[in-house]
Design a binder for this molecule. Structure first.
Ligand code: URA
Length: 473
């Protein structure tokens, strides 16, 4: 029997190194036990880990690695053994990762999905309270939050909070691990108790005011609220204290809203279920965006549109000339090609949320013409602020990046389309990401035969994406 001791419950690297060595020596899963920590097991009967085999390499499908990276964070003590058993199968049988009926694959998939949900919940439900602490230059603010994750996700989630709150000093306290950010360095400490986190402060009052202001009684669904925001988290959410009052006043407020509803805006309406929601508040804020200089020459911000609960999101590059004037994404020539391709692929555009990586039209004037210019990395990064908020609100199962700019915005790094297309990528927000070409690439191809061939490929990819969205349901 081989015993593998991992250094921490989320030690993916340790698991991968051990699994590689065991697998390279053809050690059967039944011959391995896995544990976390120092406990030595049975010194007399346990065999040491087989040595490294220099040069011995094997590759596994990307889908396996993505699934393993999530599943390893699950609280189930069996996860290491299950993953090694799945690795064994992946190495010895073809097509295991595609066999959705396979009981082992399904079990690991359930673990991975639970972890992704937990990661998302942490991102959505962590609420910081402001505290004062002594800094080198006198008292400074630190924002402190309490959170109780179901799984070992805190370290894996730290990067998200660092990126989102890069300029703040903050701590997230959890029962097992605490993470602290001082604006430059992330540190980790032992777990804390709920009482270590502060309760109530001016930030909280502000947040409550904001929540009450954006609360839309017409959308009140307490069942949905409970499933999206389990009661367990309500204690930590300042806005949760408002829920009973908001619920009680919802009917009266709805009647008032209907009576005083503003006339429909001149621009084409977005689907009705978007109006009056947090989404509309965010879009209105985006209309005044000055995060990069592109707003100066554009007519308006072109925000995304589509159902707020769409399972599928398409990200384009940026509005073109016609979109800039109309205020809606993908209505010009590229949009028309996109619409026809979607129709051929059997994907309903109206059930998807369609947006752009960059929300202002970047162009250069030549006489009367406005010539499209590709957004640069800084502009894409500045606009990721809005894209992240859109993805957080819509929470799709699948996100499709159309072209290199969109792929950069979706993945946070530059990728080559030809090397990235054709396979799903696990995104930080728990959705599955796909990369394909931008419709205007097809419009620009000079050779007719090549254009037809590339168009067919694009339609086939959209068809596959449509099927994948169903499969992820
Ligand atoms: N191209 C894009 O990427 N987005 C649009 O909205 C229009 C053209």
């Amino acid at each position: 029997m081989h015993r593998v001791t991992l250094t921490a419950p989320d030690d993916f690297d340790g698991w991968r190194d051990a699994a590689r060595r065991l697998s390279n020596h053809d050690v059967d899963p039944a011959e391995v036990t896995w544990q976390v920590g120092e406990d030595g097991g049975d010194l007399f009967s346990d065999a040491p880990l087989p040595p490294e085999r220099p040069g011995a390499r094997f590759s596994v499908p990307r889908a396996f690695v993505d699934m393993a990276q999530s599943a390893i964070l699950h609280r189930d003590p069996e996860r290491f053994a299950l993953l090694y058993a799945l690795l064994w199968r992946v190495r010895t049988q073809r097509g295991v990762m595609e066999d959705k009926a396979d009981p082992l694959l399904r079990r690991v998939d359930i673990l991975a999905k639970a972890v992704r949900r937990d990661i998302h919940k942490m991102r959505a439900f962590v609420r910081f309270r402001e505290m004062e602490e002594d800094g080198d230059g006198g008292p400074t603010s630190r924002y402190v939050a309490w959170f109780e994750p179901d799984h070992h996700i805190v370290r894996a989630n730290a990067g998200f909070f660092v990126r989102r709150f890069a300029a703040m000093r903050w701590s997230i306290l959890t029962p097992e691990t605490c993470i602290h950010w001082d604006g430059a360095t992330l540190t980790e400490g032992p777990g804390a108790a709920r009482d270590d986190a502060p309760d109530g402060d001016p930030v909280e009052a502000l947040w409550k005011g904001y929540y009450a202001a954006i609360f839309n009684p017409a959308r009140l669904k307490t069942g949905a609220m409970l499933s999206e925001m389990p009661k367990k988290y309500w204690r930590n959410l300042p806005e949760a204290a408002l829920i009973p009052d908001l619920v009680a006043g919802a009917q009266a407020r709805e009647a008032r809203m209907i009576a005083t509803a503003p006339r429909p805006p001149a621009r084409p309406p977005t689907p009705a279920n978007n109006s009056g929601t947090v989404w509309a508040a965010v879009r209105d804020e985006a209309m005044r965006c000055t995060r990069c200089p592109l707003y100066r020459d554009a007519t308006q911000t072109v925000f995304g549109e589509g159902p707020i609960d769409a399972p599928l999101v398409f990200i384009g590059e940026q509005p073109g000339d016609q979109e800039d004037l109309a205020g809606r994404p993908f209505v010009g020539p590229a949009g028309q090609l996109f619409d026809r391709a979607l129709e051929e692929a059997g994907v309903d555009r109206a059930s998807a949320y369609v947006t752009n990586a960059v929300k202002h039209f970047k162009h250069e004037r030549r006489g009367k013409r406005r010539i499209h210019q590709t957004p640069d990395a800084g502009e894409i990064q500045a606009c990721r602020w809005w894209l992240t908020q859109e993805l957080d609100m819509v929470r799709p199962r699948l996100v499709v990046a159309l072209g290199a700019t969109a792929a950069r915005a979706m993945l946070g790094k530059a990728v080559t389309i030809s090397r990235t297309r054709g396979a799903g990528i696990a995104l930080e927000n728990g959705a599955e990401g796909w990369v394909t070409v931008h419709p205007s690439y097809l419009l620009r191809l000079p050779d007719e035969a090549k254009r037809a061939q590339e168009r067919d490929r694009f339609v086939a990819e959209l068809r596959m994406i449509g099927a994948r969205v169903q499969a992820l349901a």
